[in-house]
Ligand binder design. Structure first.
Ligand code: ME8
Length: 641
């Protein structure tokens, strides 16, 4: 039977578009899953969205959407993003799903009936964006939030509390007895010292909003974020239901890993294991809390801007460049900078020069000297073969040790050690000199064989990391699938080589100054200057539009959207159209009556927030104002050309 590996990301808040920080954790877990697959594990990867809470409700309201509409939209966007990043997740849980709610309600009632949860009152300073209560001593000057520096408000409410204090000793003992439960070690120490200071009982319900999972036995309360959110790791496996085979297989299987950022370490290292203890569920997971990617100007936040979004980077530089940078640049245990300069330089140096060139040169030489085909010629040795093979073997060990301890950046550095060693092997053996002498042809063939064989090993190690480039490498070198496996990581298994005729570079080199500037503009939130012109249209394209004068005969606010007005417009020849326009912030409906406007009459009808719109009214705008284009002399039905 295969060993099992269950890996999870945090479930992200749909409070805005996901940024590269969120993408980092998701890519990291994807890489770990692919690594375990390479080793032959049976893997399961869970990610998802944490969709409840006051803040999400507020963001939805701001967008004039219901919370469920808002979260559904972000969940779709997020899944589309993960698809673009080739994230190989097996399940995407949303906390608004029934399968999750049922489990949370069951867990809450069980904790309540066993006395681990009790009813009390809570008073504290509440920060809405952070969804956290603080005591007065934790606040900054002017009662501001210690995390985000925004204003807090003093709230008192009835709340259920979870008896963390009861489990303090047991948790401490558990962590002390399991030295690798929390990594890195510095995080483990932080958790230990936090617990030693004493745990306060935790408020786990709210009555001040209702966008959450209701407490079954007291529905004026909703379950407050952490019991709801943390349960996702087992609700997604069907825990507590009849269909719990995934729970049996993966939670009670061989390896369970929660990967989180340092920001939510405490919740996962303290609340979650205590919840499991109270529920009598085995703590099978290990917890890894990584550091943060920062922007030059500070922290990334979904709501504050000044961040960089994965889609824009992906679109321009491609999947592998983005994955490579994320995984390579964040040091184990520490924070890292997302810097445009370093990003472009890594693509140019590591990917295009060191790696891409090695592949290109190797293929070019096999074509030039042997018409694309060579066989193993191990008896025609050079002085450098031994050291190259030694590096191939050493690097495998280093890579495996690093991956097993979640030091992915170090694993990548090990691969680049082999890439450098292979590049050096070209300099040492100087194939172009060997090629000058007929008697050295066998040695030359042996040298090229070593290069291809080394690249094959590099390809195997890159499988979890560079998803397109490793396939490209195997196909350009003509490596069969059975020699792309972990089991085939052994020098000499390749017997014959037949490379493509024309190598295609796998990573383009970029102009550093130009790219850095456009990345910086993206970060500042500006659109990159378009180098393409606005596309031209012909007179035939233009004449497809039917533009006519229309007279507004009635107008009223849209029943469900503050920004929209619904108008009835006479477009001549006895025809009246209903048209919805986004002009409510600029016009009172009654002031529009009698205005003669330009209407696009042959626009396909659509429903805008449930109201049919059969055309469009033309308006001009700049950053200060918006104005409907009107006519004084013309009449309804007159053509505009
Ligand atoms: O905390 N660098 O959701 P969230 C690296 N819903 N990783 C980063 C990052 C950065 N700058 N910023 C965010 C929540 N992350 C809760 C989780 S889990 C039961 C509930 C990553 O949307 C990192 O993994 O705020 C961090 O822990 C997570 O996104 C926070 O995501």
């Amino acid at each position: 039977m295969k060993k099992t590996f269950y890996v999870t990301t945090p479930i992200y808040y749909p409070s805005g578009k996901l940024h590269i920080g969120n993408a980092y954790t998701t890519v990291l877990c994807d890489t770990l899953k692919r690594y375990k697959n390479l080793l032959g594990y049976d893997t399961r990867y869970l990610t998802g969205m944490d969709e409840h809470g006051k803040k999400i409700e507020a963001v939805a309201l701001e967008r004039e959407l219901s919370p469920i509409e808002h979260v559904a939209e972000i969940a779709l966007d997020t899944q589309a993003l993960w698809q673009r990043l080739s994230i190989d997740y097996d399940d995407f849980i949303r906390t608004t799903e029934k399968r999750h709610k049922t489990v949370v309600q069951k867990i809450f009632e069980q904790l309540l009936s066993e006395g681990d949860i009790y009813l009390g009152t809570y008073e504290g300073y509440y920060c809405m964006p952070c969804e956290s209560f603080y005591t007065e001593t934790q606040l900054g000057d002017h009662h501001t939030c210690p995390d985000c520096q925004r204003e807090t408000s003093l709230l008192e409410e009835e709340s259920y509390f979870f008896r963390l204090s009861k489990y303090q000793k047991r948790l401490l003992k558990f962590i002390e007895e399991h030295p690798d439960f929390i990594t890195p070690e510095t995080r483990r120490n932080e958790v230990l010292s936090f617990i030693r200071q004493g745990l306060n009982d935790l408020s786990v319900s709210r009555t001040t909003f209702d966008w959450g999972i209701k407490v079954v036995s007291n529905p004026k309360h909703v379950v407050y974020v952490w019991i709801d959110a943390l349960s996702n790791y087992i609700s997604a496996l069907g825990y507590g239901t009849d269909g719990d085979h995934m729970y049996q297989k993966y939670w009670l299987g061989n390896e369970v890993l929660h990967v989180v950022g340092k920001d939510i370490l405490r919740f996962h290292a303290i609340y979650w294991p205590i919840m499991l203890m109270a529920l009598d569920i085995p703590i099978t997971f290990k917890l890894h809390a990584h550091g943060f990617y920062m922007m030059k100007d500070g922290k990334m936040s979904k709501s504050k801007g000044g961040v960089i979004y994965p889609d824009t980077v992906l679109e321009r530089y491609g999947l592998d460049a983005f994955r490579y940078y994320l995984l390579r640049e964040l040091p184990y245990g520490g924070d890292g900078l997302f810097s445009p300069d370093a990003f472009i330089e890594r693509i140019n140096f590591d990917l295009a020069n060191d790696f891409g060139n090695l592949l290109n040169r190797t293929i070019a030489m096999v074509n030039k000297y042997f018409e694309g085909q060579i066989t193993s010629q191990l008896e025609h040795t050079t002085d450098y073969d031994g050291d190259l093979v030694k590096t191939i073997n050493e690097v495998k060990k280093e890579y495996q040790e690093s991956m097993d301890t979640l030091k992915v950046s170090l694993a990548i550095q090990a691969i680049w050690k082999l890439i450098s060693r292979t590049n050096k092997y070209i300099d040492e053996t100087a194939p172009w000199i060997l090629a000058k002498n007929e008697k050295d042809m066998k040695i030359l063939e042996n040298v090229l064989y070593h290069l291809v064989e080394s690249l094959r090993h590099i390809g195997i190690l890159l499988k979890p990391i560079l998803l397109e480039a490793h396939q490209n490498l195997f196909s350009q070198l003509g490596i069969e699938p059975n020699l792309q496996t972990w089991e085939s990581y052994e020098f000499g298994l390749l017997k014959t080589v037949h490379v493509v005729e024309k190598p295609t570079p796998i990573f383009p080199r970029w102009d550093v100054a130009k790219e850095v500037e456009s990345l910086q503009e993206l970060i500042r939130g500006k659109k990159v200057k378009k180098t393409v012109k606005i596309p031209e249209v012909t007179i035939d394209d233009f004449s497809k539009l039917d533009l006519r004068i229309g007279e507004i005969i009635a107008s009223k606010p849209h029943p469900d959207a503050d920004k929209l007005l619904v108008s009835n417009i006479d477009i001549g020849h006895g025809e009246v159209r209903q048209i919805v326009s986004g002009i409510a912030q600029h016009y009172q409906p009654e002031t529009l009556i009698g205005k003669k406007v330009i209407v696009v009459t042959n626009l396909k009808p659509v429903k805008l927030r449930g109201v049919l719109s059969e055309g469009m009214v033309l308006a001009g705008s700049n950053k200060n104002t918006l104005e409907i284009i009107t006519s004084s002399q013309l009449n309804p039905g007159d053509l505009v050309k």
